[in-house]
Design a protein around this ligand. Sequence first.
Ligand code: GDD
Ligand code: MN
Length: 371
Amino acid sequence: MNASGIDHAADPLDSVSVVVPTYKEVDSLPHLLDRLRALRESGVALDVLIMDDDSRDGTEALVAARAEPWVQLVVRTQDRGLSPSVLDGLQRAEGDVLIVMDADLSHPPERIPSMIEALREGSDLVIGSRYVEGGTTSHDWGFGRWLNSRVATLLARPFTHVADPMSGFIALRRSTFRSGRDFNPVGYKIGLELIVKCGCKRVGEIPIHFENRKFGESKLSLREQLKYLQHLRRLAIHKYGTWSHFTQFAAVGALGALANLALLTAFLRLGVPASWAVASAIAVTMVFNFVLNRRFSFSYARGGSIVRHFFGFVAACSLGALVNYALTLTLMQPPIGASPQIAALAGIAAGSLLNFLTNRYLVFRQEHVRP
Ligand code: GDD
Ligand code: MN
């Protein structure tokens, strides 16, 4: 047993399946397959699964012509995309060790033996990493791509502290993969998905030189990058459960408070009488918070009636406000006699917590999940 509670001792690591997602990589594939064959000839018992999203660029003819029994091509016509292809390949793979790598020669296959060695030494998952000591990228990486990669890495911090969680060059045991639950193939970051969903605590990193692609072009679009945010949110829900709902609820609350102040200021500037300005700012903010909370914090309940949700939300918030009011006044009075600000902070905390709990468990109930 190791730190993750995964018992690796019984696992042999004799055979290796390399899963390669491809879309229009016919020019790179011969080079990749040659290098993988050299690895085989040096004694690594590997087979290759090319998961091609129906590229129609001659990939099928190429693989057929090479007629290498250890190379299998799967042409996919449904559920396309990088992560779905990789997950599909990992499910089909039969090796003791599973490798995921790009086809465009960015990931050096020659590093695979070191990655397997790291698994032997007890890692749950191993990354071919650009950002550990000894890892490099080609010089012509523009500032834009570098910054992008760094920001994305920073956003992954709540889930893993590895240096290069964005890497698509990964090794893990088949048994580790099979122990994973609730895979959600959104976007590009399959490594991060595997680390979180397979519960990998000991993640090793082997330095690689990340080569720029020479043939074909990258498929990483802005749309894929936006999907990364959606992916992060789903990982948070998976990992932190109710805490992630609470965090989203708190973020919406903070945004709502800002919106409230902005609206109030605007109404007053427009000459709206104070009592009306305050009341309408509250009303608008309440609708604003409701919409965001229903869309994000409690998205699991979106199948339920919006009318019922709305009135439930208003009732829950009013109850929260009442508790806030009562507690603040109580704390200000003897015997406690707290300062109004301290009392108000405690009131806000209690009111918000109650607000969250009633919304989470009474208004936006789990059984409203759409089947
Ligand atoms: N089956 C399938 N379907 N494969 C795809 C698809 C798809 O929709 N889109 C891309 N691929 C394949 C490509 O053919 C390539 O083998 C690999 O996935 C990576 O795609 P690239 O287009 O080369 O993307 P990249 O170089 O920008 O992204 C790489 O680096 C990122 C970090 O900088 C990948 O390794 C990513 O996983 C990694 O996050
Ligand atoms: Mn690439």
